[in-house]
Structure formats: structure tokens, C-alpha cells
Design a protein around this ligand. Sequence first.
Ligand SMILES: CC(=O)N[C@H]1[C@@H](OP(=O)(O)OP(=O)(O)OC[C@H]2O[C@@H](n3ccc(=O)[nH]c3=O)[C@H](O)[C@@H]2O)O[C@H](CO)[C@@H](O)[C@@H]1O
Ligand SMILES: C=C(OP(=O)(O)O)C(=O)O
Length: 431
Amino acid sequence: MDRIAITGGAQLNGIIPVSGAKNSAIKLMAASLLTDQPLRLTNMPRLADTRFLGKLLARLGAQVDEREGPDGSETVLHAPEITSGFAPYDLVRQMRASFNVLGPLIARTGQAKVSLPGGCTIGARPVDLHLQALEALGAKIDLHEGYVYAQAPRGLKGAEIEFPFVSVGATEHAMLAAVLADGVTLIKNAACEPELLDLQICLNAMGAKVEGAGTPTITITGVAKLHGATHSVIPDRIEMGTYAVAAAMAGGEVQLTRARPELIDSLLVKLEEAGCGVVRTEDGVVIRRNGHRLEAVNVETQPYPGFATDLQAQFMALMTTAKGESHIRETIFENRFMHAPELRRLGADISVSGGEARVRGVERLEGAEVMATDLRASVSLVIAGLVARGETTVSRIYHLDRGFERLEEKLGACGAQVRRIKGDGEGDLDG
Ligand SMILES: CC(=O)N[C@H]1[C@@H](OP(=O)(O)OP(=O)(O)OC[C@H]2O[C@@H](n3ccc(=O)[nH]c3=O)[C@H](O)[C@@H]2O)O[C@H](CO)[C@@H](O)[C@@H]1O
Ligand SMILES: C=C(OP(=O)(O)O)C(=O)O
């Protein structure tokens, strides 16, 4: 397994282009199963997760063509026929987002057998809301031996779906299924994350009739058939936020480009509160810190537009060397503080009680060997390593490779001393 070694102490100065969003790309890829015509996705990130989902889609009957287009990486997905409606345990276990093929398979073919994804390190992550939404649309769902058996031989029917709490994945899943249902579907208490609007734009370009994504109420008027389309994947707000935090941690001046700063306002406001220079530009943001120590600030994770849980670990790393005490509350996932003990190995002063971590800023971190436990935890350790004295090595970075494209190259171009140490093979992607 590969590791990443970071020699701390270098400031970051330069430009980092932000990639397309993993969390959008994987749902858009699943949408390709809804039509027998090609879906061309541009601004595609090249990640372990997208590669892996490509393999699953190919197994279900899609041709997956990754290529370089005029505007960077693109993927053309074409499923003229669904040759199998079976997503086996091994493929879903390794990447939760594989479960997203269930809705499109039922919508297009009236049946599917997809493995339950199971939990992962950040929480139990049940899929009850996904299944309730599909049942509301008329799918008959049975669970046997870890598999979801779904049937809708006469097609799905539009329905009213009211989620008891906000779920990004369940909202997306309901949208992916309802676009081909007969009649109108109303989704209430929908997640408002920007990736939902990206999915709506793509589905509508394919001939769907979806309105309201990005607000708590989404209305979908089902159509009989979708067609091919070209869609540019929304910039990755979590990658943008991660590099913003890395620049704030290491000091210097970094310009993030090809991005949408308004999508991470909740983070940028906190960086400003901590004393970091933040200048919003047309296609990104400039993050500047010269010399002075940041102040501790508190954050609480919330659904969009609140502070993203996917930036919590990175922000905790930043607070480890801030002046004062920071309280970080995690409200989305019940076990998303796995990075805390690893950050402590670098000398951070963190105590965790229930859903809250208290971080007392220290003057300096010390390099150490640490282990990544999940995707965002792994990058939080890299961020801490940027300022830790000496060398930090992060193992199990297959987690990192799920969601960060060419991280060493992007940070290295700004002066960071980050290198990959090649190991033997890949671990599970599960996260
Ligand atoms: C691939 C992808 O886009 N992943 C993102 C997505 O995950 P994901 O879509 O899995 O996250 P959800 O919004 O669904 O999860 C929110 C909470 O609801 C719970 N829940 C969810 C579904 C369900 O059927 N039952 C249930 O109890 C979850 O365990 C969690 O505690 O949104 C999360 C919250 O912004 C992000 O951290 C993830 O990066
Ligand atoms: C938790 C994440 O992804 P997933 O939902 O795919 O595990 C993430 O992107 O931080």
C-alpha cells in the first residue's frame, strides 16, 4: 500500500486548479444507466472512486470511455442495454456509492439485485431512507442475505416522498429513480447540497423534468425516455475547501482556480474569523496568511449551506496550531473523529466527548507515522504534516486516493515537500 511522506515547514505559494466534484461525478455516472444513448461528462475527476464505479457500470452493460477532451478529462458512458441488474457484494462493499445504481436499474429495467453497502468507519450509514423512497415510488423491495431485491415490473409511479431528516444520498437516489416514473414526484425535506442541482441540470439535459433541486422541495415530472447529453461536472467544493485550509495552515498565498467560492462560504467565513486573508475571485479564491498565528474558532457541521462534515477533519487539523481553544461539533456522522487520535500522535491536544472535540492549539506539531482511517481524515493528516517539524508519513492512503486527484502534484507545485512512497497494491476503498 502506498504512503505519503510530508516534510513540514514549507509555505505554500502558487495556483491550484480545482477538479470536478467526486460527490457529483459518481451520481452523474450512475445516471448514464437511465438511457440507451451516450452521456458525456466533462470536467471529470480521475479518482479511485470514479474508476471503481466505471468498473461496476461496465459490468452492468455500460461502455465506459475515459479520455482527454478540449477542456480536460472526460468520460463517455453508454449503456445501450442493461446486460445485468446484479451489483455484487464485493463491488458495493468496496465503495458505498455503488449502491446508487439501484434506482436507475429499477427505473430502466424494472428489477435489480444490489448488495447492501454496510457501514463504514465514519458511521453506520443505513440506507433505510433510500429504500423507503424507492418503495414510495412503487418498487417492491425485499432484503435477503445482504442483498436488496427490487421489482417494479409495471414501472415506477410518481409519489410524494417526505424525508424525516436530510439525506444527500437518499434525495439523489429518489431523483435518479423518479425521472422515469409515471406521473409527478414531490420530494420534501430534500437535501440542498450543490451536487443535487448539478444532478438536476444533467438529468434535464437528458430530457428529464426536474425542478427545485438546491431547495428543500423538488418536483419531478416523469418522462417515458431519456436521451444522451453532455454535462460539465460542478467544481469540487470539498477539494477547494481542503486546499484553502492547507494554505491557511502552511502560510503563504495560494490561488484556487476553476472553482465556485460561493459554495464554501461557511468555511471561508470561518477562515476569515480565524484571521486568514480570503479574497473571493471570479473563479475561485485567494487564501493568504503571512507569519501571524490564527485564532481558534468553533465550528458545527450541518447540511448545506452549513459547515460541511467533509471539511471537519481538515478544519480540526488547522485548529491544532491556532491560538486558544476550539470546539468542533460533528452532527452528521456519529463516528467522524477518527483523525483525532492520529493528530494527537503529531502532538495535537485534542479531547473528544460524544459529538464534540475540544482542540487546544499548540505552538508546534512534530512529524510522526500516522494512519488514514477515511477519506477526509487522511487529508487532514497531510495538512497537519505541512507544518509538523520533520517528516510525517501517512499510511493507508488508498482512502485519500478515493477523493483527491494528483494531491502531491497540486501541493508540490506550491512548494510543499510531499512525496508518494510506492507500496504493494491497493486496499479497499470503503469509506
Ligand atoms: C458520495 C457522497 O455524496 N457522499 C456524501 C454524502 O453521503 P451520504 O449521502 O451517505 O450522506 P447522507 O446525507 O445520506 O447522510 C446523512 C445522515 O443520514 C443518515 N442516513 C442516511 C441515509 C439513510 O437512508 N438513513 C440514514 O440514517 C446517515 O447515516 C448520516 O448520519 O453526504 C454526506 C453529508 O453531506 C457527505 O459527508 C458525503 O461525502
Ligand atoms: C464520506 C465521503 O464519501 P462517501 O460518502 O463516498 O463515503 C466523503 O466524500 O467525504
